[in-house]
Design a protein. Sequence first.
Length: 173
Amino acid sequence: MKIYNNTIFNKLFMTTSVIAMLLVSSQVFAFTNYVSLSAGAILPDQANSIGTRSSDKGLAVNGAYGIDLDNTVRLEAEVGYRQVSPSNAFSLLLNGWYDFTNDTRFTPYLGGGVGLSRGVAYQAGGGIAYSLHPKFALDLGYRYFGVSSSSSKKAAVDIAGSTLLIGARLKFQ
Protein backbone atom coordinates (compact mmCIF):
# COMPACT_ATOMS: atom_id res chain seq x y z
CA MET A 1 0.00 0.00 0.00
CA LYS A 2 1.51 3.30 -1.04
CA ILE A 3 1.21 6.58 0.84
CA TYR A 4 -0.04 8.22 -2.36
CA ASN A 5 -3.00 5.89 -2.68
CA ASN A 6 -6.07 8.03 -3.40
CA THR A 7 -8.18 6.11 -0.89
CA ILE A 8 -5.82 6.98 1.98
CA PHE A 9 -5.69 10.63 1.03
CA ASN A 10 -9.48 10.77 0.55
CA LYS A 11 -10.02 9.36 4.04
CA LEU A 12 -7.43 11.68 5.54
CA PHE A 13 -8.94 14.67 3.70
CA MET A 14 -12.44 13.80 4.93
CA THR A 15 -11.24 13.32 8.51
CA THR A 16 -9.27 16.58 8.39
CA SER A 17 -12.35 18.37 7.01
CA VAL A 18 -14.55 17.07 9.83
CA ILE A 19 -11.97 18.13 12.45
CA ALA A 20 -11.67 21.57 10.80
CA MET A 21 -15.47 22.01 10.83
CA LEU A 22 -15.57 21.04 14.52
CA LEU A 23 -12.78 23.48 15.33
CA VAL A 24 -14.59 26.30 13.50
CA SER A 25 -17.94 25.34 15.04
CA SER A 26 -16.37 25.41 18.50
CA GLN A 27 -16.82 29.17 18.42
CA VAL A 28 -20.52 28.76 17.58
CA PHE A 29 -21.30 25.98 20.07
CA ALA A 30 -18.99 27.21 22.85
CA PHE A 31 -16.67 24.20 22.89
CA THR A 32 -13.46 24.85 24.74
CA ASN A 33 -10.35 25.18 22.56
CA TYR A 34 -6.93 24.18 23.80
CA VAL A 35 -3.29 23.98 22.82
CA SER A 36 -0.81 21.49 24.19
CA LEU A 37 2.92 20.93 24.03
CA SER A 38 4.77 17.81 25.14
CA ALA A 39 8.22 16.28 24.93
CA GLY A 40 9.75 13.02 26.00
CA ALA A 41 11.80 9.92 25.37
CA ILE A 42 11.24 7.29 22.68
CA LEU A 43 12.04 3.70 23.57
CA PRO A 44 12.45 1.95 20.18
CA ASP A 45 11.01 -1.54 20.08
CA GLN A 46 12.32 -2.87 16.78
CA ALA A 47 15.51 -3.21 14.80
CA ASN A 48 17.23 -0.07 13.56
CA SER A 49 18.17 0.67 9.94
CA ILE A 50 21.41 -1.30 10.28
CA GLY A 51 19.41 -4.40 11.22
CA THR A 52 20.38 -4.62 14.88
CA ARG A 53 18.16 -3.94 17.86
CA SER A 54 18.50 -0.30 18.86
CA SER A 55 19.31 0.46 22.48
CA ASP A 56 19.43 4.19 21.77
CA LYS A 57 16.71 6.30 23.23
CA GLY A 58 15.13 8.93 21.04
CA LEU A 59 13.36 12.25 21.40
CA ALA A 60 9.75 13.17 20.66
CA VAL A 61 8.22 16.66 20.61
CA ASN A 62 4.49 17.22 19.94
CA GLY A 63 2.24 20.24 19.64
CA ALA A 64 -1.54 20.09 19.27
CA TYR A 65 -4.57 22.30 18.78
CA GLY A 66 -7.90 20.82 19.76
CA ILE A 67 -11.38 21.14 21.12
CA ASP A 68 -12.84 19.79 24.34
CA LEU A 69 -16.39 18.79 23.40
CA ASP A 70 -17.89 18.26 26.85
CA ASN A 71 -15.04 17.98 29.38
CA THR A 72 -14.91 14.29 28.45
CA VAL A 73 -14.14 13.94 24.72
CA ARG A 74 -11.29 15.83 23.06
CA LEU A 75 -10.45 16.00 19.34
CA GLU A 76 -7.15 17.45 18.17
CA ALA A 77 -4.74 17.92 15.29
CA GLU A 78 -1.18 17.10 16.38
CA VAL A 79 2.15 17.90 14.74
CA GLY A 80 5.11 15.91 16.01
CA TYR A 81 8.81 15.37 15.52
CA ARG A 82 10.52 12.07 16.38
CA GLN A 83 14.26 11.42 16.34
CA VAL A 84 15.94 8.08 16.96
CA SER A 85 19.50 8.10 15.67
CA PRO A 86 20.07 7.94 12.73
CA SER A 87 16.42 8.50 11.68
CA ASN A 88 14.02 11.36 12.21
CA ALA A 89 10.53 12.17 10.98
CA PHE A 90 7.69 14.64 11.27
CA SER A 91 4.13 13.44 11.83
CA LEU A 92 0.64 14.87 11.42
CA LEU A 93 -2.04 13.03 13.40
CA LEU A 94 -5.72 13.46 14.13
CA ASN A 95 -6.35 12.27 17.69
CA GLY A 96 -9.33 11.52 19.88
CA TRP A 97 -9.04 11.36 23.69
CA TYR A 98 -11.50 10.31 26.38
CA ASP A 99 -11.06 12.02 29.77
CA PHE A 100 -12.27 10.12 32.84
CA THR A 101 -13.46 13.17 34.77
CA ASN A 102 -13.84 12.99 38.54
CA ASP A 103 -13.88 15.24 41.61
CA THR A 104 -10.09 15.47 41.96
CA ARG A 105 -7.44 17.51 40.15
CA PHE A 106 -6.20 14.28 38.48
CA THR A 107 -7.85 13.28 35.20
CA PRO A 108 -6.84 9.99 33.57
CA TYR A 109 -7.35 9.69 29.80
CA LEU A 110 -7.14 7.15 26.95
CA GLY A 111 -7.17 7.55 23.20
CA GLY A 112 -5.28 7.47 19.97
CA GLY A 113 -4.97 8.81 16.48
CA VAL A 114 -4.11 8.25 12.83
CA GLY A 115 -2.23 10.29 10.27
CA LEU A 116 0.95 10.46 8.25
CA SER A 117 4.67 10.08 8.98
CA ARG A 118 6.79 8.34 6.33
CA GLY A 119 3.61 6.39 5.63
CA VAL A 120 0.37 5.80 7.48
CA ALA A 121 1.02 6.45 11.16
CA TYR A 122 -1.00 5.57 14.24
CA GLN A 123 -0.73 5.95 17.97
CA ALA A 124 -2.55 4.75 21.07
CA GLY A 125 -1.96 5.75 24.62
CA GLY A 126 -3.07 7.22 27.85
CA GLY A 127 -1.96 9.28 30.76
CA ILE A 128 -2.97 11.51 33.57
CA ALA A 129 -3.42 15.27 33.64
CA TYR A 130 -3.06 17.31 36.82
CA SER A 131 -5.10 20.53 36.84
CA LEU A 132 -3.20 23.48 38.33
CA HIS A 133 -5.99 25.85 37.26
CA PRO A 134 -9.33 25.27 35.48
CA LYS A 135 -7.61 26.34 32.24
CA PHE A 136 -4.11 24.89 32.74
CA ALA A 137 -2.98 21.30 33.34
CA LEU A 138 0.28 19.37 33.43
CA ASP A 139 0.28 16.03 31.65
CA LEU A 140 2.22 12.78 32.06
CA GLY A 141 1.52 10.35 29.23
CA TYR A 142 2.46 7.22 27.33
CA ARG A 143 2.04 6.65 23.59
CA TYR A 144 2.78 3.73 21.33
CA PHE A 145 3.59 5.18 17.90
CA GLY A 146 3.78 3.05 14.77
CA VAL A 147 4.02 3.36 11.01
CA SER A 148 2.14 0.69 9.04
CA SER A 149 3.14 1.60 5.50
CA SER A 150 6.22 3.31 4.23
CA SER A 151 8.30 3.92 1.18
CA SER A 152 11.30 3.56 3.51
CA LYS A 153 10.41 0.62 5.77
CA LYS A 154 13.72 0.58 7.66
CA ALA A 155 13.49 4.27 8.54
CA ALA A 156 9.85 3.85 9.57
CA VAL A 157 10.82 1.03 11.93
CA ASP A 158 13.45 3.27 13.56
CA ILE A 159 10.86 5.83 14.70
CA ALA A 160 8.28 3.30 15.97
CA GLY A 161 8.05 2.50 19.65
CA SER A 162 6.90 3.51 23.10
CA THR A 163 7.08 7.17 24.08
CA LEU A 164 6.98 8.65 27.59
CA LEU A 165 5.90 12.29 27.53
CA ILE A 166 5.54 15.22 29.89
CA GLY A 167 3.56 18.22 28.75
CA ALA A 168 1.15 21.07 29.42
CA ARG A 169 -2.33 21.93 28.14
CA LEU A 170 -3.86 25.41 28.07
CA LYS A 171 -7.61 25.90 27.50
CA PHE A 172 -9.08 29.09 26.04
CA GLN A 173 -12.29 30.26 24.34
